[in-house]
Design a protein around this ligand. Structure first.
Ligand SMILES: *Cc1c(COP(=O)(O)O)cnc(C)c1O
Length: 358
């Protein structure tokens, strides 16, 4: 297989993240043995809840599956006949309201993950603006089952006051599902908004095997688990993913977060200093818009040069992937978090060769 350097972040088509040797060993051990799945699931859920200070937790196949299954949970409440009926949602509240700017596409439109449960996504406001009045109007419909919010750099429009939106839904007695797929660093903060169910991908910054973490209020988490005998069958978690999640959570808890942040900041500063010495490059640090605890490298170049440069990096061996969605504006960004020093040297050497005059 061709060598690949991923400076694009936790991007699914590139394999998302790198697990530690400890997580890999836990996965390998699980694969070689049987397990009482209910016990393993219960242990993972307990540790997850404890880690983030939630009432309860559970693990499903991935965050996209978790969106479908949390929607199924609020529609059915876990009642067996309703669980068995889905995705036929007749007789159940089935409207799921989301701000139009939160209708993200992480590989498919999030609305499809809602529809898979038999629900109907209802967009409030416009992609540029969704005020509390627009949200309130959408939530007022009697068939509303839940409010779905997203915390991600993929959302559009001005940042939403999530706690205020949660308050609106709760005033109507409606539960709130919050998709914070790449926000494992911010689980405590996101639960602090009052959201009833929080969804996180285990394979993004937590670097566990692919899995969807669901945290929140115990009755709703139980209703998510009840879907295992329904549409959740095809979205189940594996024993190896559960073992990997447990190991990754233990490693996160043992991590000195302050030292980790300082290490990331120093790595980025050294990279930016070397990048700024390249011809035609202005380099600086860009904070994550959602508040993740690290910055990204931003290289500003002539807009006529940047798209070709990103494409040339991808074509080489090793193939180097950057965040190039703003290349036509002259901006290429790189996420350095999972990268080793030798990989940073390779990126800078390739940039140097591609940007050399003549
Ligand atoms: C990655 C992502 C998802 C999907 O996560 P998977 O675990 O890959 O299914 C959902 N929502 C957002 C905002 C994401 O970034």
């Amino acid at each position: 297989m061709a060598r690949l350097i991923n400076a694009r972040g936790t991007f699914t088509p590139l394999g998302v993240s790198r697990s530690s040797p400890g997580v890999a060993a836990a996965v390998a051990a699980a694969l070689g043995d049987f397990a009482l799945m209910a016990d393993l699931q219960a242990e993972a859920g307990r540790r997850l809840a404890q880690h983030a200070g939630a009432e309860a937790g559970t693990v499903v196949h991935c965050a996209a599956a978790a969106i479908t299954l949390t929607v199924a949970a609020v529609m059915t409440g876990g009642a067996p006949e309703r669980v068995a009926a889905l995705p036929d949602a007749r007789g159940m509240p089935h409207r799921v309201v989301l701000p139009a700017g939160h209708a993200v596409d992480y590989g498919h439109p999030i609305e499809q993950a809602v529809r898979l449960a038999g629900a109907r996504p209802v967009l409030a406001g416009t992609p540029e603006e969704c005020g509390m009045a627009a949200l309130e109007a959408a939530l007022a419909h009697p068939e509303t089952a839940a409010l779905l919010l997203v915390s991600s750099r993929l959302t559009s429009g001005p940042p939403m006051d999530i706690a205020a939106a949660v308050g609106l839904a709760h005033a109507r007695g409606l539960p709130v599902i919050l998709d914070g797929a790449a926000q494992d660093w911010r689980m405590v903060e996101l639960l602090g908004t009052g959201a009833d169910l929080l969804i996180v991908s285990a394979q993004k910054y937590l670097a566990a095997p692919t899995a969807g973490l669901v945290l929140g209020r115990a009755p709703l988490v139980a209703a998510v688990q009840a879907q295992e005998r329904g549409i959740g069958r095809g979205m189940k978690v594996s024993k190896e993913a559960l073992a990997g999640v447990i190991a990754a959570l233990a490693e996160r808890e043992a991590l000195d977060a302050q030292a980790w942040r300082a290490g990331q900041a120093a790595k980025l500063a050294a990279f930016l200093e070397r990048a700024a010495a390249l011809p035609g490059v202005i380099a600086d640090a860009e904070p994550d818009p959602t508040g993740l605890p690290f910055d990204r490298a931003r290289l500003r170049l002539d807009p006529s040069v940047a798209p070709g440069l990103a494409a040339a990096l991808r074509r080489g061996d090793p193939t180097i992937w950057t965040m190039d969605d703003r290349a036509s504006l002259g901006e290429i960004r790189l996420e350095l978090v999972p990268l080793r020093e030798d990989e940073l040297d390779l990126i800078l050497a390739r940039l140097g060769a591609l940007l050399a005059p003549g």
